[in-house]
Design a protein around this ligand. Structure first.
Ligand SMILES: Cc1ncc(COP(=O)(O)O)c(C=O)c1O
Length: 435
């Protein structure tokens, strides 16, 4: 018997190709036949599904957006005030200027900001600005940067190179063939691979601030050196990493000198806002290209971001995210040793992630983890986007649930009962067409 959420998902699949607008919220990413899929309410780290079951979110937290927890009272109260005074108008909202000034203070290398709403859109804008400025089409990049043509063009050659950059299975269908060769991927932290893709045609290098690992000093030095020698622009995509290590992007900690930095996700604590910051010369190039959209100037995003920045700074949120992430990573390791699971954890603590090493059983084991944690009223996956509401006092109960479920997982491997224990089809890791 399907839960209410999955019944709605069936209707969604009839009305919305692919079911929704974001891969990471599809039930097949978790436990396809049992995942609650839709929420009726969310507050702090609590989530209620359509049947009013209450869960603790030890998983995606709005896919990294709600860094202060769901429905932060201060941010929401500022947004509600803005809603009451009007969000879209013939005139501009003053908060656009206030937010620009705040972000420039936090990023002294920069002297210009443009705003967008989503991460992929902000990265498309950043690439447009960089191409306008460098007058070169070719972009070398590492990591995931959204759904735009510039990025998916990587796969036009048919060798599925993006599979090494977070999401396997991304098809370049619909991307003009003329873009072939304009985006060259290189592996994160791999200096040799970086050198392999650099030529005089490259005008821009893009990396993520951090994902599962931090960039190594030799990798950053190589990027900086190549950029200087060849006059290449550096873009750091801090859409997922922003405010998780410091007050802004990870680049502020490692000495990299970018020309453009992009923020999104956590910046509005769930309200849509993204920002592209850069040096004066580079950002001025945005005026030589047409970059303009009605909702780039809508008020809620700016108000939410100003309020979120204030809360993140007052609480120094990144300190807590790191200390809780370290505790969780250490405990996962301890419990996996206790039960005999082959598990490692990532260095990057605020998006703490475990990786299993059980060959072709990995996806099924993670699905079993999600399935058994659901029974204990957790939304749980192998990654946790930590938030201000993930405090130490929620950990004991979570660890005791992990203890039992890791034991079940280890037993399933030893006794070869994984398939019979699964009450759902296994999760899917990458993108695929849903019928
Ligand atoms: C590093 C990075 N860049 C870009 C994006 C795309 O952002 P959005 O999903 O808001 O379009 C993401 C989303 O996960 C991301 O993690």
């Amino acid at each position: 018997m399907k839960n209410k959420g999955l019944k709605l998902w069936d209707r969604a699949m009839k009305a919305i190709p692919g079911g929704n607008g974001l891969l990471s919220k599809r039930p097949d990413r978790y436990a396809p036949d049992i995942w609650p899929t839709y929420f009726s309410k969310a507050k702090g780290i609590k989530v209620w599904d359509l049947e009013d079951n209450e869960y603790t979110d030890m998983a995606q937290m709005g896919i990294g957006t709600c860094i202060l927890g769901y429905g932060d009272d201060y941010v929401d109260s500022q947004v509600i005030d803005a809603v009451k005074t009007g969000v879209s108008c013939t005139l501009n909202p003053p908060e656009e200027v206030l937010l620009a000034e705040e972000l420039l203070k936090l990023n002294p290398f920069a002297s210009g900001v443009r705003f967008a709403r989503t991460g992929g859109e902000a990265m498309a804008m950043a690439v447009r600005i960089a191409r306008t400025h460098s007058k070169k089409d070719v972009v070398a990049f590492s990591g995931y940067h959204g759904w735009s043509d510039w990025y998916l063009a990587t796969n036009l050659k048919g060798d599925n190179k993006l599979s090494q950059h977070l999401l396997p299975g991304l098809s370049p269908n619909g991307v003009p063939k003329g873009l072939e060769g304009t985006a060259r991927p290189f592996l994160y932290n791999n200096v040799e691979d970086l050198h392999n893709v650099i030529s005089d045609e490259v005008g821009t290098i893009i990396i993520e601030g951090a994902r599962y690992d931090f960039p190594k000093p030799e990798f950053l030095e190589a990027i900086q050196k190549i950029a200087k020698e060849k006059g290449i622009l550096i873009i750091v995509d801090e859409i997922t990493s922003g405010w998780r290590m410091t007050d802004g992007g990870v680049f502020k900690l490692n000495g990299l000198k970018p020309d453009i930095v992009v923020y999104g996700k956590a910046l509005g604590n769930g309200y849509a806002i993204s920002a592209i910051l850069g040096t004066k010369e580079v950002m001025d190039s945005s005026q030589d290209s047409f970059i303009s959209s009605t909702f780039f100037t809508e008020r809620v995003g700016f108000v939410a971001a100003l309020a979120t920045l204030k809360r993140m700074q007052e609480t120094k949120i990144w300190v807590q995210l790191n200390s809780i992430g370290t505790i969780i990573g250490d405990k996962w390791l301890e419990l996996s040793k206790k039960h005999g699971l082959n598990l490692s954890v990532t260095d990057y603590k605020p998006l703490i992630t475990f990786k299993l090493d059980h060959g072709d059983q990995n996806q099924k084991l993670i699905t079993l983890f999600t399935q058994e944690m659901l029974k204990k009223k957790y939304l749980a996956a192998s990654s946790i986007y930590l938030t201000l509401c993930h405090t130490e006092d929620v950990l004991d109960e979570y660890f005791s649930a992990c203890d039992t479920v890791f034991e079940t997982m280890a037993k399933a491997i030893k006794e070869d009962t994984l398939d019979s224990l699964l009450e759902t089809a296994p999760r899917e890791d990458g993108f695929k067409r849903l019928n």
